[in-house]
Ligand binder design. Structure first.
Ligand code: DGJ
Length: 737
């Protein structure tokens, strides 16, 4: 029997496609002349009746489409699904391909479409996936410019039971002459969004993903990275929200690019308050050659809609990432509590010191030890040995395998740090292969943290690193890999590519990185990979397809972490947010925060420790033991529970969130007040999503779910004390309790 779509309708009379699943609707249509227009994206409708294109009649100073006769519509305010350029749409184009005649204009019109079951994989690129053919349906609309032979296939997938649409594009050269893609956005859509506000996650090293909210005006906003990584500075996720949208209510659209390299997200509001939203590979420095018959696959963009405010947006993203992006053994899997020696020792360690930390950590209940930077080559500081993945003979004379064995004998797992994409000038790899790094011949090359980026666009370079990593992993019992990356690219040039192909290097690098991660995660399915890039410099959807969790920031100060984790949680689930309790005074700010605050913040994610366990006082040890016992008892909730943000650190000093199970029968509430004040307000925190008909055991009392959601939880904050943090657990009681 042929496939009968249930989530994608095509109305042949009006030439309208409607993707719907009871949670979300997305409609697009073919306008006169074959223009593929955006019609609607938002709250689910049963059947899409509107066509609406006549409302977009141009009154503005722009030409009418050629061959359409007078008074049809002007392209400058026709809502389009994938705008070309050069024909009177003066907004930002999605597509620019340089033709043999030197032009880069494209007039893309509808050619054909097909609807298929399931969701095809994107060759070489990470993407969300369908579990089987009934889980999703995909519409592919083919556009083309018949004059220059460029074909663009737009893929739209709708998942069952999720307010999610994904989009990606394949550009094919149907001409007999070669061309070069200058820009190929993954998705673009134009919608009417008067008064909408933009929310994005901006920051810096050790200050990642701070939440910025601003009203759109008639302007073009670009959120991007040109660093060869998604970056600390601008995350490739953002939201558009209706005026007045809060954490708990209001319309919110979420957008995220599944890519870890140079990205460009464009939000352009025109004179009629229409908003064009676009995301894809950054065109800066990008040029991809397309031989006759060749195709180019763009990364995927995820689009979501909710009318339940920013917490509703997060719930959709958290579920999607946990269920349909993270793969392998660690999908929905408990994450261990690790201790990492970076802030404990930096480069200054030997086996005895490590084993002392391991023994002390074991006594506290920690489950895994991660050996950080400095275990290889002759790396005693950050000036050498990247590229030489052989054990540092002076620090670990008995070998890495021996260390791993002893740690396992103590009942703990063993994790290891790698920085596979980098090379130090002072390394054997560099001496043998100086051309393995990205560098422009004849130029000195700029070091970052005394290191250079390996040319991961090259299969031979990747193989050289992979072989070394496998030699370690095949002989050492490694349960966890921290994959770090500590500089951004410069002098992007590959010694293995001809001059005309240098514009391909950054994207080829990303394909190479994904290939390497795919091979390693396939070969070592039991290993849990943690992503890292100088903290959270590559915290993105692309990496999460391989590394199931990511080190959130090198800033481990609990007060700074409130903002970093709050912002990160807008899109990324708790199971991905690696967070460690570190020593005081804190190494970044010298701040001396309470153990209670450090524990509450680090437990709101994947808990770990970043300190020398041998140096803790008796009372600190007791506190850590208590944190671990609590975390182990509620690990599922704290890693996979539903997060509801209650009080934003971006709006005031105090911060609060609630993590509940799906049915609202138990929850952990976190409240943080960094600075004490005279006559502090009494805090009643209204909770969400509990069962109004049940009573809850909380703080030794029995309180109704309706009371907790109405009157609120009376938060037991210590008075007159800086860095106060409380963590309250509540659980529904049965009638006989
Ligand atoms: C940056 C990471 O974020 C740190 O945790 C640590 O692994 C260092 N690199 C080691 O060089």
């Amino acid at each position: 029997m042929s496939f009968q779509p249930t989530m994608i309708d095509y109305d042949e009379t009006n030439r309208v496609f409607h993707l719907h699943n009871g949670l979300v609707s997305y409609a697009l249509g073919v306008a006169p002349g074959g223009y593929l227009t955006h019609l609607y994206f938002g709250r689910a409708v049963r059947r899409y009746h509107g066509t609406g294109q006549e409302h977009h009649m141009s009154t503005s100073f722009s030409p009418l489409p050629a061959g359409q006769g007078a008074d049809v519509f002007g392209l400058n305010d026709l809502p389009l699904e994938y705008p070309g350029s050069g024909f009177g749409d003066y907004r930002v184009p999605a597509h620019e391909v340089v033709q043999p005649d030197g032009t880069a204009i494209a007039d893309l019109r509808y050619q054909s479409h097909r609807i298929t079951a399931g969701k095809p994989a994107l060759p070489g690129l990470p993407a969300t996936y369908a579990t089987d053919d009934s889980d999703a349906e995909t519409l592919t609309v083919v556009l083309g410019d018949p004059v220059n032979g460029t074909e663009v296939a737009l893929a739209y997938t709708i998942f069952r039971d999720r307010a999610v649409i994904t989009r990606s594009v394949v550009v094919t050269n149907r001409d007999s002459r070669p061309k070069a893609i200058r820009k190929a956005a993954s998705a673009s859509l134009d919608f009417t969004a008067p008064g909408f506000e933009l929310i994005h996650l901006s920051g810096s090293y050790a200050k990642e993903r701070h939440l910025v909210r601003e009203r759109l005006t008639q302007e073009t906003r670009i959120l991007d990275s040109k660093r060869g990584a998604s970056s600390h500075y601008q995350n490739p996720t953002f939201a558009l929200v209706a005026p007045g949208t809060t954490e708990h209510a209001g319309a919110a659209y979420g957008f995220g690019l599944v890519y870890s390299g140079n990205h460009e997200c464009v939000i352009e509001q025109n004179d009629r308050q229409q908003v064009r939203v676009m995301a894809g590979i950054n065109p800066a420095g990008f040029a991809w050659n397309l031989a006759p018959g060749a195709s180019f696959q763009t990364p995927e963009v995820i689009l979501t809609y909710t009318d339940q405010g920013l917490n509703g947006l997060s719930a959709t993203w958290h579920r999607l990432i946990n269920d349909r992006l993270i793969r392998g053994r660690y999908r929905h899997h408990d994450r261990p509590i690790v201790i990492n020696n970076w802030e404990a020792t930096y480069f200054d360690f030997d086996e005895a010191k490590i084993l002392a930390i391991v023994a002390a950590a074991k006594r506290l209940g920690v489950e895994a030890f991660v050996l950080d930077d400095g275990w290889f080559g002759h790396r005693d500081d950050d000036r050498s040995s990247l590229g030489d993945w052989v054990t540092h003979a002076q620090k670990l004379p008995a070998g890495l395998a021996h260390l791993a064995q002893v740690i396992h004998q103590q009942g703990m797992q063993f994790g290891l740090w790698f920085e596979p994409e980098m090379i130090s000038e002072d390394s054997e790899l560099f001496a043998a292969h100086p051309d393995y790094r990205l560098a422009i011949p004849g130029r000195a090359g700029s070091a970052g943290r005394h290191q250079f980026t390996l040319d991961f666009s090259r299969a031979d370079v990747r193989q050289a690193v992979l072989d070394q990593m496998c030699a370690v992993l095949d002989h050492t019992q490694v349960d966890f890999i921290k994959w770090d990356m500590n500089r951004n690219m410069s002098e992007v040039f590959s010694a293995a590519l001809p001059a005309y192909a240098q514009g391909e290097v950054t994207h080829r690098y990303m394909l190479g990185l994904y290939d390497m991660l795919e091979r390693l995660t396939t070969r070592y399915p039991e290993i849990l990979f943690e992503g890292c890039s100088g903290g959270g410099g590559r915290f993105d959807l692309g990496m999460l397809a391989y590394t199931s969790q990511i080190w959130t920031s090198d800033d481990t100060d609990a007060v700074s972490r409130l903002k970093i984790q709050y912002g990160t949680s807008l899109f990324y689930p708790l199971s991905t947010i690696s967070a460690h309790v570190s020593a005081v005074p804190n190494h970044q700010f010298q701040r001396v925060t309470s153990m209670a605050l450090r524990g509450a913040v680090a437990s709101s994610g994947v808990l770990g420790y970043e300190l020398d366990a041998t140096k803790l006082t008796e009372s600190e040890q007791a506190a850590v033991r208590e944190q671990i016992v609590f975390y182990q008892a509620h690990r599922r909730l704290l890693q996979y529970g539903r997060l509801t943000r209650l009080l934003s650190p971006f709006e005031g000093g105090d911060t609060a969130w609630q993590i509940s199970d799906d049915r609202g029968l138990e929850a952990v509430v976190v409240y943080a007040r960094p600075l004490a004040e005279e006559a502090p307000a009494v805090i009643r925190l209204r909770l969400f999503g509990l069962d109004a008909n049940r009573d809850y055991a909380v703080l030794g009392q029995r309180v109704g779910g309706d009371e907790l959601m109405g009157e609120g939880l009376l938060v037991p904050l210590p008075l007159s004390q800086d860095y106060a943090g409380v963590q309250v657990y509540l659980k529904a009681v049965t009638d006989d309790e």
